[in-house]
Design a protein around this ligand. Structure first.
Ligand SMILES: NC(=O)c1ccc[n+]([C@@H]2O[C@H](COP(=O)([O-])OP(=O)(O)OC[C@H]3O[C@@H](n4cnc5c(N)ncnc54)[C@H](OP(=O)(O)O)[C@@H]3O)[C@@H](O)[C@H]2O)c1
Length: 419
């Protein structure tokens, strides 16, 4: 039976939620009709947003509930085909909504990057989601679509054109400009708190295969590399990438969920690419040291209080429209069929606005619409999927047409790729 709303943006009054709603208002009006709604906990705020959204289809319907009031969530998700949620930290506010979606067979996507929470949701609800038919897809933002879909895209190309598989893929962030929102900061601090309080959570977060299905949590990759390293293929220094501890788990889960199309010995890592020579080393070293200092300061109570008061954005805040416009990212995925032999390909994934908000809003919105309207192409059963294992190549044209992203591939490893 058709449900009242095809897509609901839950948390639409938040910083990222509003951008997701604006994306839908811009692209899914009269000529691409979509029955969609916005939702949140504060009636006055949600009502104001629904009036302000400049949608060609007129005023956007809204629903009111609370992430901790299960009855209100049940009522909302029963009326909806796909919920896309930006209410975070997810470990604090997201569990009841996932449970409600699983129970009522409502598809769900989000932009969580909280590995310990996703693992808890998978462990608790995977069996029930298979039964109800609910497709649950975490990580539909900057973490981890460029990594997960970029790797899938590269593997598809190499398979189709060369009948081969890249057993080793390395993602390198070549260029990026972006900022954090208060919600992202709150989620990061929450993960650090949970790790400090509970050694079991810390072990999950540090496990390179934490998101793989039970019985498939092993492979050749070790812990994330915290150090400056030399990249022998791109001839430059690399520094740790802050999103790697999330993205790598998602890419490995995709490989496991799809029954190891990249091979059981598939190896994957991510880093930020700097230049060669002493300047490149110094730049990589300062990024790596800065990241360590930031994490230490965010963990210790006195320095965290100072960061919160003077440095970090509060919930609801984030990069301005001008900052989002000026943001961008360009990443390269280098794939090799044999890690020790020549023969390699590069995929490039880029975005034209702030990765965490401009492009992320488009990514999450397009994932939700894809779940709602591309049923003929997205054929996976109920369960917990990654973006690549759920949407596969179906998502690529959507992201290129409406989220300012580009996916390209080229065989020449030495080139810097398309500009
Ligand atoms: N993966 C990525 O690339 C990526 C990028 C950006 C953000 N994120 C994640 O997205 C999440 C949101 O970030 P943000 O900066 O948009 O946060 P935000 O501005 O603080 O927004 C949070 C939203 O959650 C709502 N909310 C809080 N408690 C609620 C409750 N009990 N019931 C219903 N709604 C509730 C807030 O409602 P009110 O407006 O009423 O306060 C607000 O709409 C964070 O977890 C962040 O890490 C991920």
């Amino acid at each position: 039976m058709q449900r009242e709303f095809e897509v609901l943006v839950w948390g639409a009054t938040g910083f990222t939620g509003r951008l997701v709603a604006e994306h839908l208002a811009k692209y899914y009006g009269d000529n691409r009709p979509l029955r969609w709604a916005v939702g949140g906990r504060n009636q006055a705020k949600v009502e104001r947003l629904s009036e302000e959204l400049d949608a060609p289809s007129g005023r956007i319907p809204f629903v009111i509930g609370d992430s901790h009031d299960r009855a209100s969530l049940d009522e909302i998700v029963r009326r909806t085909s796909v919920v896309c949620s930006t209410v975070g930290p997810y470990a604090r506010h997201g569990s009841e909504l996932v449970a409600a979606c699983v129970e009522h067979g409502t598809h769900y996507c989000d932009i969580s990057g909280e590995v310990q929470w996703m693992r808890e949701m998978i462990d608790r609800h995977e069996a029930a989601a298979r039964q109800s038919g609910a497709r649950i897809v975490h990580c539909c933002g900057f973490d981890s679509i460029p990594s997960d879909l970029g790797c899938f895209f590269l593997q598809q190309y190499v398979q189709a054109e060369h009948d081969a598989v890249c057993r080793h893929v390395q993602l390198r962030v070549r260029e990026m400009r972006g900022a954090f929102s208060g919600g992202t900061v709150a989620s990061l601090l929450h993960v650090l708190d949970e790790c400090r309080r509970d050694p079991r959570v810390r072990r999950i977060v540090e496990d390179p295969y934490a998101l793989n299905p039970a019985g498939m949590r092993e492979g050749p990759d070790g812990p994330d590399c915290p150090a400056v390293r030399w990249d022998h293929d791109l001839h430059a220094w690399t520094a740790p990438f802050v999103m790697a501890p999330i993205n790598t788990r998602v890419v490995r889960r995709t490989n496991a969920l799809l029954n190891y199309p990249y091979g059981r010995d598939f190896r994957y890592d991510e880093a930020v690419l700097k230049q060669g020579g002493p300047i490149g080393w110094a730049s990589a070293k300062s990024l790596s040291t800065g990241l360590k200092l930031f994490l230490a300061a965010a963990t210790a109570r006195p320095t965290r209080a100072i960061l919160r008061k003077w440095v970090l954005p509060s919930p609801g805040q984030g990069p301005s429209a001008a900052q989002r416009e000026n943001g961008f990212f360009r990443i390269q995925l280098v794939g090799k069929t044999d890690p020790d032999a020549p023969g390699h390909w590069s995929a490039f994934v880029s975005g034209e606005s702030d990765p965490g908000y401009g492009t992320t809003a488009g990514m999450l919105a397009e994932c939700a619409v894809c779940l709602a309207q591309d049923a003929d192409q997205v054929s996976v059963a109920g369960g917990f999927w990654t973006p690549a294992s759920c949407f596969g190549m179906t998502l690529v044209p959507r992201l290129e047409a409406r989220a300012g992203m580009r996916f390209t591939v080229q065989p020449d490893l030495s080139a810097g790729g398309p500009s």
